[in-house]
Design a protein around this ligand. Structure first.
Ligand code: GLN
Ligand code: ZN
Length: 774
């Protein structure tokens, strides 16, 4: 095989939804039935073409495989599943006779249909992107099915490009898959590797025939050690997979990329297979311990952080790339990961402070950076001296700009003692809270938000535009709060919330009200499928210029004799869902956020709010990918929550809420938070979480969600009663709370009222039974 050399500058992937979320709009219009599939496909094609042209104009080669062919209608793991024919049996009808799946069928697999649940969705490594989990069983029939990638390569060739198609690699694909429901207990998807490889070989040959000279196979699963499969089996799979693919006839050259961490002991066996190039993440990972293994290989040095939006240190990146390159046959430069995790173009952010803007690099700026670095590698440092100096000056300015380091905030963090994270004995607290709140058995509550109606969104948008005065906006929100409080009283809920109508988003709302954050106008990042979020930028030291939630919560409390629960987002979640400064450890930043929240909680308490919930749905999300890194993370994450919540009297009840049901996985962290009451998702897993709660001996209040808010379905009284009874098998009567799985903001009012009514009635039924039993 003759191999065309790998380009010196490349990227591993590019944002897929379009600078103005064009793909999202087209897809959702198609799903609504507003446009035919052909129009959505046209929009996707326009976007692919625009992206290729844009990347070429930024300096990536048009015809040397530098531009990745990595678009997706919904998710790249689903794309790979469809490409290898791994469509679950319940969706067999959407697969055409030749194996192809059209856009409607593909959407059905992604989004579900009636009783047919979609593929499960879960987090993609340590990013905020979520992928669809393939289902693989002993009987899954693999075949080279979907030809979409090859068609895209041909489309590019017709436009004068030679692009590099990207697929999820076979080992990662199987490691990320879950066994089908009917698979035997000891079956693991990785067992099917030998059956899958011929299909990959066929796909590779097709891509070559379509005009691809290089193909990129992504193998990020090799950088983690948290699989159910042992490391030895993973390494053996690497060897057999790439031995087979390297030997495949008619294949293109192979780049195997391993973003999100360090390949460690997988590097040597991977390279030994004879793949032409290996992509190494030098941002999260380190220089290889034994770089001599790279001698015959091209390395693609991931030296520009693909995960964050900071401009970074270009000189350091250049040194790291040349250091790595010194041991390899050839070296190229790339971001550490796909640029899917960053927005398109910072130059569009006209409202950002120009100084802050000059510290940032979104996807397009990162492309320019790798082009510069590649020039530095081939032509020598002096050729790019001006760019390196400019980046260094920007970093220096950033370090000395007012607001980045505020001595009073730093002193306060430094002065924190162990006592500041201590709330005293749990039983004392329980007694004091019992007296203060006077709640009965099995208290009912919600997770915070109530449905965000069109009226609420319109008021907020009008206020943001300046079309609605502060006073009128405030009136509109107060009217909504009054409605929500009256509704909760009517339903008979025991602990009332204000409903969060004033919040666009549970993180952005706090970012807008804290100093040290900035918000973007166009900074959209794909979260999953057609959903995108606009993370805030945490750039400086964080402080709270004024109380944030106190007036809303106090207003709600003024309307009802029942206890009102204040509602805040916790430090870990605020960090996890923002772009966070990279010039100090996350734990230091978390403590600053924690202190701002601590002041907010003190003000809520002073205003007479006796219960405060601090949501940490992202606690598990930030859990490091390597188990050896987890204790340090748990240390700072737990400490920041405790600092936020430990300033209150023992009679003030602290709640927390977590959005997942993997209680056992993070039990140490949950326990460490020390919240008086923890609500957690449970309905979808039929209360399986309760076994974990029981096994852990958890001794504080717990509210396993009794109904799933992710669908409009209204559960019956009998169903909820059954779930509460199941919960009581594992949780003692005086610790159990009754609540839904999560906030209600995405639901409509009709289903919400019906479901909550059934929930309260179910709670009453069980209380009665408990009394009789006693
Ligand atoms: N309090 C938030 C709400 O109810 C919690 C949301 C979440 O857990 N993601 O919307
Ligand atoms: Zn939740």
């Amino acid at each position: 095989m003759t191999t065309t050399p790998f380009p010196t500058a490349t990227i591993l992937g590019y944002p897929r939804i379009g600078p103005d979320r064009e793909l999202k709009k087209a897809l959702e219009a198609f799903w609504r039935g507003a446009i035919p599939a052909a129009d959505a496909e046209q929009a996707a094609q326009d976007l692919r073409r625009a992206n290729r042209a844009r990347l070429a104009s930024l300096g990536l080669g048009r015809d040397d495989s530098a531009i990745p062919e990595a678009s997706s209608y919904y998710d790249h793991v689903l794309d790979t599943a469809v490409a290898v024919g791994a469509v679950p049996a319940r969706f067999a009808d959407v697969v055409g006779p030749d194996g192809a799946v059209d856009l409607a069928g593909y959407s059905t697999i992604a989004r579900g249909r009636g009783e047919d649940a979609p593929l499960e969705m879960t987090k993609w490594f340590d990013s905020n992107y979520h992928y669809l989990v393939p289902e693989i069983g002993p009987d899954t029939v693999f075949r080279a099915a979907d030809r979409r990638r090859a068609a895209e390569v041909r489309e590019a060739v017709a436009d004068g490009f030679v692009t590099r198609p990207v697929l999820v690699g076979p080992v990662t694909f199987l490691l990320l898959a879950k066994p089908t429901d009917d698979a035997p207990e000891d079956f693991r998807p990785l067992d099917r590797l030998a059956d899958l490889l011929p299909v990959y070989a066929e796909l590779l040959a097709e891509l070559r025939a379509a005009g691809a000279e290089w193909v990129q196979l992504d193998e990020p699963a090799l950088v983690t050690d948290t699989h159910t499969v042992g490391r030895e089996a993973v390494l053996a799979a690497v060897t057999s997979a790439y031995d087979a693919l390297v030997a495949a006839p008619g294949r293109p050259a192979l780049l195997v990329a391993a973003p999100y961490g360090d390949l460690r002991d997988a590097l040597a066996p991977l390279v030994a297979t004879g793949i032409e190039a290996v992509g190494i993440d030098l941002v999260r990972g380190a220089q290889p311990e034994d770089p001599s293994v790279l001698a015959g290989t091209t390395v693609v040095a991931g030296v520009v952080d693909g995960h964050n939006i900071w401009r970074g240190d270009l000189s350091a990146a250049l040194s790291a790339a040349s250091e790595l390159g010194a041991h390899a046959a050839a070296v190229s430069v790339s971001p550490s990961t796909s640029l899917l995790h960053v927005p398109h173009d910072v130059s569009r952010e006209e409202h950002l402070d120009p100084e802050l803007r000059s510290w940032l690099a979104f996807a397009d700026q990162k492309v320019s950076q790798v082009v510069t670095l590649a020039r530095g590698l081939t032509e020598g440092q002096d050729a790019v001296r001006a760019e390196l100096d400019e980046a260094a000056e920007s970093l220096a300015r950033r370090a000395s700009t007012t607001g980045v380091r505020i001595p009073s905030i730093r002193e306060r963090v430094a002065a924190l003692t162990a006592d500041d994270a201590e709330r005293g004995d749990v039983d004392d607290r329980r007694t004091a809270q019992q007296e203060a709140l006077g709640l009965g058995l099995l208290p009912t509550t919600t997770i915070g938000s109530f449905p965000q109606t069109g009226d609420i969104r319109r008021s907020r948008a009008a206020h943001a535009r300046g079309d609605l005065s502060d006073a009128d906006y405030e009136d509109a929100m107060r009217a909504e709060i009054a409605r929500v409080v009256a509704l909760q009283e009517d339903l008979g809920l025991d602990v009332v919330v204000h409903g969060e109508p004033e919040r666009n988003d549970m993180v952005q709302y706090f970012a807008e009200n804290l100093d040290g954050f900035a918000v973007t106008q166009h900074g959209w990042v794909q979260s999953y499928g057609s959903r995108a979020t606009r993370p805030s930028i945490l750039w400086g030291d964080v402080s709270r210029p004024a109380p944030i939630t106190v007036s809303w919560s106090s207003y709600a409390a003024s309307l009802t004799p029942k206890p009102v629960k204040g509602m805040l987002t916790g430090p870990v979640t605020i960090l996890a869902w923002s772009f966070v400064r990279d010039d100090q450890p996350l734990g230091d930043t978390a403590l600053q956020v924690a202190l701002a929240l601590r002041d907010e909680i003190a003000d809520l308490e002073a205003a007479g709010i006796g219960i405060v919930q601090v949501d940490e749905p992202a606690l598990r999300e930030l859990l490091p990918l390597r188990s050896e890194d987890q204790p340090a993370y748990l240390d700072w994450s737990v400490r920041s929550f405790r600092v936020a919540t430990s300033g209150v009297d023992r009679a003030t009840q602290i709640h927390t809420h977590l959005c997942y049901s993997e209680f056992a996985e993070v039990i140490d962290a949950i326990d460490g938070l020390g919240a008086d009451v923890t609500s957690i998702e449970a309905a979808r897993s039929r209360m399986e979480v309760v076994d974990d709660v029981a096994a852990s001996g958890f001794s504080r209040g717990v509210g396993p969600g009794v109904y799933d808010i992710h669908s409009p379905r209204v559960p019956s009284v009998a169903e909820i009663t059954g779930l509460i009874e199941t919960a009581l098998d594992g949780v003692s009567t005086d610790l159990l709370w009754i609540n839904p799985d999560c906030g209600l903001k995405t639901r409509g009012y009709d289903e919400t009222v019906a479901a909550l009514r059934n929930m309260v009635e179910a709670a009453n039924t069980v209380r009665e039974r408990v009394r009789v039993r006693a």
